[in-house]
Design a protein around this ligand. Sequence first.
Ligand code: AMP
Length: 464
Amino acid sequence: MPYNAPEGTADMLPAVARLWRSTTETAAKLFAAYGYEPIDTPIFEMTEVFTRGIGEATDVVGKEMFTVRSGENYKRALAAGSDEGLKSKQKLSLRPEGTAGVVRAVVQHNLVEQGAAPAKLFYAGPMFRAERPQKGRLRQFHQIGVECLGATEPTADAEMIIMLMRFYETMGVPRQNMRLLINSMGDDACRPAYRESVRQFILDHEDEMCEECRRRAETNPLRAFDCKNETCSHVMEAAPKITDNLCDDCRTHYEAVKALLDAAGISYIEDPTLVRGLDYYTRTVFEVQVTEGMGSQSAIGGGGRYDKLAESVGGRPTPGLGFALGFERMVLALEAAGALGESTKRVDGYVACVDDSVRAAAFDLVCAARDAGLCVEMDHQGKSLKSQFKMADKVNARVVIVLGPDELSQGKARIRNMRSHAEKLVDIAAAKRLLSQFGGQRVGGASSPINIDTVFSFENDDKE
Ligand code: AMP
């Protein structure tokens, strides 16, 4: 019986897998200009990293985490009827987001030494949330994220938001399709009182609010701002706003971030109800939404400052901030904007055989070209010459090198430039001598220092 990929997951077929790789390369290049270095952490962590770091009252931790158990520990828990007997290190979860794991790694390896420069890290990889799948909402999806630890100044917040917007622009998401929302969530000095006033507000209006929000009043009152229930959102419009309740330090920080964004020409919308789903945020939070063609999942990326997170995963107080952007949603946004470039396979050359007698010579030429770093293919299925040309077209070969017994007996091959359709006879030994100068490069395709047009002297044909 053929199997399908699990519900809520998607195979990245070559066109999307190519885009994922080029997207992560673009991110790496852009983020490097801002001083970011790569980090890769495990895709599962001790569950406590998430419950302590992100908070059990959040949806991603409270409802959506995938539990991981080794076979033995799974059986042990099953026999005991609960997980209680397992040690903390045996309770593992697939990461629902990247920040908690990266901050855990920063603390574990002491990457922010006292007095040293901030640690600036980026990651790219799969995240897992047991959500109800729908367009733009998967159970395994891919995020690219950055974390900056050790920076307190508002310039760090502004720099990060600018970097996110530049990334989207570089990827081709039209500026006019994006909406940047920002807010400040306050800190330990002003948030507790504000949280209490929202709790009280919900209790005062509990008759009008859904059961979930009534529960949220006790666990995570600010999340009531995100409730999809229309009555709840209507009621919450009158709830106290954090921006009216910020302490002086938080207000000064927020004003400075906005002034820096203004100076950089980044437009934004202040949204005092933007609380984001995770508990760890303090002060600046931001989210990028796409207005066109995204259905209900319009958030393509977001993040914020989390000055308390390092402590909650056992580190010393370390200010931090970060963002994560969803790859699949960015692809939807590009599609909706008609900005998703065609991703096609491209090879430098295709070596075609007129008959079987030249196959070994063709193979030899292909090997020499590949060793020089060129991207070339040949037929391995005994196809007719016509079919081989079709194959060459399919992989967008720049040139087709046709080896026939007559030409080969004179040491020659016929080369066709697939764009100009120019053809010429070339000397195989001379081409191979040139290739051998680059032998051992093995760098492949685009990054090869050698150009197929040079080897087969087609340089001027494209200008015809
Ligand atoms: P969050 O960690 O929830 O702030 O998510 C950051 C970004 O990841 C979002 O803006 C989305 O683009 C993406 N994202 C979050 N959850 C999912 C999901 N279930 N499926 C696809 N993308 C997601």
